[in-house]
Design a protein around this ligand. Sequence first.
Ligand code: URA
Ligand code: SF4
Length: 275
Amino acid sequence: MPNGGKSDTLEWMDDRQTQRRIRQALLTDRLLGVDAVPLGSRPVSAPPPEPRIETNPPASAPASCDSQAPFAKPPTETSSMTVDEKRLALEELDRNEVRGCTKCDLCKGRTNTVFGQGHPDADLMFIGEGPGADEDVQGLPFVGRAGQLLNKQIDAMGLKREQVYIGNIVKCRPPGNRAPSAGEAAICTPYLLSQIEIIQPKVIVALGGVASKFLLNDPKLAITRQRGQWKLFHGIDLMLTFHPAYLLRQYTKDNRAKVWDDLQKVMDRLGITKR
Ligand code: URA
Ligand code: SF4
């Protein structure tokens, strides 16, 4: 592991913290660093990658987890869909319903709808709040600066962006990058629910307080207090973490370590042991 700035990194470590924490922090520093070379532009039509993430048997939930959160998904109708059927179902949902949608006023200001992107059979799904300016222009989720950081986080987890699925609460850009309103989120969420039902991810990561509040229907949720916790969303394990745009604004070692902790819980839950 390259260790430029290693002593800097260790300076902020508490003596009582474990060896594992030190290793995590070093990885966090290296892999989530904005000063690292940004990833190149997102592949527009990457070939379908290997199917679901190869996993070891899932680790049992850490003590801090919601003990209610199961790992195994109950079988449902959609879980018997093939990858091609899932891909087709997603394409049809996008083409037939989302692209022309005028169900809320956000349609008025959009350039493109941003349906979502990724593997139709992904084990892991990230959900943000809604498209920003770059996403609106390209019609793809998380392609701006926050998206570059998300790419690095996915990479740090030992995954490729093409192996996960990335979506948003609302599919059209709220003007001026404001958060979607509760009404807009309520009108658009059925599309997200359909995506989740088709993909059947094992774990969902809510990116930021806005997505977390809407997914959990908890307007009072405080992401600073509740990140790192396992929740359940429609029977699927849900991890709450900071939004990458927030992390870019508050780019402290402490915040980076917190996000990396959250992502490592997700890796444990999925049985990912890479790196
Ligand atoms: N922020 C989000 O919440 N979603 C995106 O797609 C991009 C930035
Ligand atoms: Fe339709 Fe959602 Fe766009 Fe509103 S935000 S117009 S509900 S796709």
